[in-house]
Design a protein around this ligand. Structure first.
Ligand SMILES: Nc1ncnc2c1ncn2[C@@H]1O[C@H](COP(=O)(O)OP(=O)(O)OP(=O)(O)O)[C@@H](O)[C@H]1O
Length: 454
């Protein structure tokens, strides 16, 4: 693994020099530090190295450094260097989670051997974590961002591909399409998954409070600020900050946000000292930010910082074949939430759901599923054809084709992908069903009950 480093902390210079020499001769990278707090600033859950620290030092001592490092990462290997008579203390520290200890004076080979073993352990820990997060992330994406349409399969692929990068991401899509679901899936699939996901709805922040809400403040920063408070950005340390409805952020705040995104640092209200900020930003917008920037409503420099990677979540009208299956899933989820048995969904209802437009996208479909699970009237007409407002294709032939596709998808869903049951239910020949599925790009696999391709 690259970047493996030994942090060696001792307040005595000659000991630092001697250790550096021994470790470098053994081909190991070493960073020598004279104070514990300098080392602590480097320790993190993904730090690919180990720590060797003297116990007795002015300021923060080695034991404090060990405890605080283990708070950050309980599996971080810390090797303590003890003076004569401190052995009992060192044993106590090992019970608290220290990796090993070296008693002064120690032979250089003892130092090198102990460090090598600790580095091996560290490598294994980080590899296991990366593997777990990959597997967990894949499950999370598939379980939450459902849909078998080509668009949703491609979206999940992209999320997986960018999760491990540190790039900021802009998610665009119409209302209720699942932008927040996509943002959470991205976070879960990334190496930040065990750190916080902070959701900030930019449209819901009161303008007067927005700065202190996001940046935090020191005590006395303004009347009523009796004690210091972390802002939402700082709550996201090590994790992801999701800026929902970014298009609603007032212009003066956009300028401040630009600095944060650029410098990865924030200054609390009432302070002059910037603090480093390790977060990934994911922003979401319902409107076309390029157009908003062209019209002067959104800062273009902020837009270019945020849209390093752009993900587009498709409307339901672009992936009609997902609608029936999604409806079934949402009805089942709703029934479980309301502690009711999952109701049978008549074919006519599924047809109506499939044939209708859902301008409010998955959120609106989910509301309909909730009503259905509660036994309430769906209010969408029995066949529902043409019930939704204006996103339908223009010509009659195109509209009919759209509805034919949706009805076939609904029937395939109702029959769990069984072709025989589907062509019989639709009164088609086997050949006619095949031809129509081919014409509309519908694959049987997308409707079988096996969830592997969710
Ligand atoms: N692929 C999906 N599978 C299951 N449920 C979904 C999916 N996409 C969205 N949902 C559900 O639909 C609802 C709306 O999703 P979400 O809040 O992510 O949309 P949004 O695009 O962020 O909305 P808005 O633009 O209004 O902020 C939520 O209840 C969410 O759980």
């Amino acid at each position: 693994m690259t970047g493996e480093t030994v942090l060696f902390v001792d307040d005595e210079e000659h000991l630092r020099l001697a250790a550096a020499q021994s470790l470098q001769l053994a081909d190991l990278d070493v960073t020598c530090l004279d104070q514990a707090d300098k080392a602590l600033a480097l320790v993190g859950r993904s730090f690919p190295g180990v720590l060797v620290t003297d116990i007795r030092m002015p300021g923060m001592d080695g034991i404090d450094l060990m405890r605080r490092s283990l708070e950050i990462d309980p599996e971080f290997p810390v090797i303590l260097v003890t003076g004569h008579g401190d052995v009992e203390l060192a044993v106590q520290c090992m019970r608290e989670g220290a990796y090993d200890f070296l008693e002064k004076p120690y032979a250089p080979s003892r130092l090198v051997d102990t460090v090598r073993r600790a580095l091996d352990k560290r490598r294994l820990t980080l590899e296991n974590r990366a593997l777990r997060s990959q597997v967990g992330g894949r499950d999370a994406i598939e379980a939450r961002l459902t849909g078998r349409s080509a668009q949703m399969v491609a979206l999940r692929h992209r999320i997986r591909a960018i999760a491990e990068t540190e790039a900021d991401v802009l998610i665009v899509g119409a209302t209720g399409t699942g932008k927040e679901v996509a943002a959470r899936a991205l976070h879960r699939a990334s190496s930040r998954s065990e750190r916080p996901f902070v959701h900030i709805n930019c449209a819901a922040l009161p303008e007067a409070l927005i700065e202190s809400e996001l940046f935090g403040h020191e005590a006395g920063a303004f009347p009523g600020a009796t004690r210091a408070r972390y802002g939402k950005f700082e709550h996201g340390r090590g994790g992801t900050v999701f800026l929902d409805e970014i298009e609603s952020m007032p212009q003066p705040m956009q300028a401040k946000l630009l600095h944060v995104v650029q410098d990865r640092a924030i200054t609390r209200l009432g302070s002059n000292d910037p603090v480093e900020l390790d977060v990934r930003f994911i922003a979401a917008s319902k409107t076309d930010l390029e157009a908003a920037a062209a019209a002067g409503r959104f800062r273009s420099d902020l837009l270019y910082r945020l849209n390093v990677v752009t993900l587009r979540v498709p409307d339901l009208t672009e992936r009609r074949e997902d609608v029936p299956r999604l409806f079934v899933q949402l009805v089942n989820e709703a029934a479980a939430r309301y502690k009711r048995p999952a109701p049978a969904i008549p074919g006519a209802v599924l047809n109506a759901v499939a044939a209708r437009d859902w301008p409010g996208n998955v959120r609106e479909l989910r509301n309909a599923a909730d009503r259905f699970a509660l036994g309430l009237d769906l209010d969408i007409g029995v066949n529902g054809v043409g019930a939704g407002p204006g996103t339908a294709p223009v010509s009659l032939a195109e509209q009919l084709a759209e509805h034919e596709k949706a009805l076939i998808a609904a029937s395939l869903t109702a029959h769990a992908g069984s072709l025989k049951e589907t062509y019989e239910a639709l009164g088609l020949s086997r050949k006619a069903l095949y031809e129509k599925m081919q014409k509309y790009g519908l694959s049987r696999d997308a409707f079988t009950t096996d969830e592997a391709g969710a």
